[in-house]
Design a protein around this ligand. Structure first.
Ligand SMILES: Cc1cc2nc3c(=O)[nH]c(=O)nc-3n(C[C@H](O)[C@H](O)[C@H](O)COP(=O)(O)OP(=O)(O)OC[C@H]3O[C@@H](n4cnc5c(N)ncnc54)[C@H](O)[C@@H]3O)c2cc1C
Length: 298
């Protein structure tokens, strides 16, 4: 692919286009090689231009949010990575809050808490951007992203901007089922409540999370999906995998469904450790654990 092809196809797209951009610093795990192309569009319509250009050039396109649920291959990813950090507006209309895909959940939570709008506390401690939270239908025992969503603006796989209402939502457990679309904006409907009561619920969730999960270490959160009626962490612990290590990566001693990077780990180490955990759990309980984390690249 000649260097100029993507830039030429992007025509009047507003945004920053760079080549060979290291992805590790943009992921929570701090692992992985570069993206061939890295594009930061300024607005929704620019995302649409990018999608159409990638289609035209047959270039793979991946959306990067907070990078908290991906493992990037050590050799990086071919094609284009789009980062939506510029879509960072929050607009309030009564009990409705509309946020760009690039707004971080912690900042959205802070903003809604301050104006006495409740609901997002269920997502306390998830280091996602709104777009990533929607794509993964991020959630906790207290609820999921789609519970609060009333409208979603996406750029569909053909590059058209589209507003989807609840009749078009198809989200399931940890999967927003966007059908190849890129989420650019989401509207949540929240409940009015006393800011102090919201703050107390938020603080209690955070305290519980800090005590039970290795939140200050580099990870992707839970590596595996919970099998129906069970918890992946319980199965991994029962199989004796806590503190199992491969290179700089280790199954957390605090929460067995987390793999933490002590620094300098590789994607190859992560995959090797993950496979070993799967093997041990299968041998121990007969359950085949399925990854929740997304893998980018070969
Ligand atoms: C410490 C820690 C705690 C966590 N706790 C939780 C938890 O309690 N509950 C939970 O559900 N998850 C949790 N996670 C995992 C992670 O935060 C969620 O999966 C989150 O939804 C990922 O959002 P992100 O913005 O970081 O997306 P990324 O990791 O950047 O991307 C994840 C996936 O979403 C896609 N994506 C990102 N943005 C868009 C977009 N705009 N449009 C379309 N697709 C997009 C990506 O292509 C990729 O497939 C945790 C992770 C960490 C590190």
């Amino acid at each position: 692919m000649p260097d100029c092809d993507l830039r030429a196809a992007l025509g009047g797209m507003r945004g920053v286009v760079r080549q060979n951009v290291p992805l590790a610093p943009l992921t929570h795990l701090r692992i992985g090689g570069p993206a061939d192309w890295f594009v930061e569009p300024y607005a929704e319509e620019d995302v649409a231009v990018l999608v159409r250009a990638c289609r035209e050039l047959d270039l793979p396109l991946r959306a990067l949010g907070g990078g908290s649920n991906i493992v990037v291959a050590d050799s990086g990813v071919r094609g284009v990575v789009v980062h939506l950090g510029n879509l960072n507006r929050i607009v309030r209309d009564g009990h409705r809050i509309t946020a760009g895909a690039g707004v971080t959940l912690p900042s959205l939570l802070r903003a809604t808490k301050e104006v006495g709008l409740a609901g997002l506390e269920r997502l306390t401690g998830i280091p996602a951007m709104v777009g990533g939270a929607v794509a993964m239908n991020a959630g906790t025992r207290d609820g999921e992203t789609f519970d609060l969503l009333v409208s979603l603006t996406v750029v569909d796989a053909a590059g058209a901007l589209e507003v989807r209402g609840p009749d078009r939502f198809a989200a399931t457990y940890r999967d927003g089922r966007l059908q190849g679309a890129i989420a650019v904006q989401a509207t949540f409907v929240l409940e009015p409540d006393d800011p102090m009561a919201i703050f107390e619920r938020f603080s209690a969730s955070l305290k519980k999370r800090n005590a039970t999960q290795p939140v200050s270490q580099r990870s992707v959160g839970c590596v595996f999906r919970n099998p129906t009626g069970d918890a992946a962490g319980r199965l991994i612990e029962a199989a004796g995998c806590k503190t199992l290590r491969h290179g700089a990566l280790e199954v957390s001693g605090l929460h067995a469904n987390y793999i933490v990077n002590h620094g300098g780990g590789t994607a190859a180490d992560f995959v090797a450790l993950m496979r070993e955990v799967q093997r041990r759990v299968r041998d121990d309980s007969g359950v085949q654990l399925e990854p929740e984390v997304k893998f980018w690249g070969e």
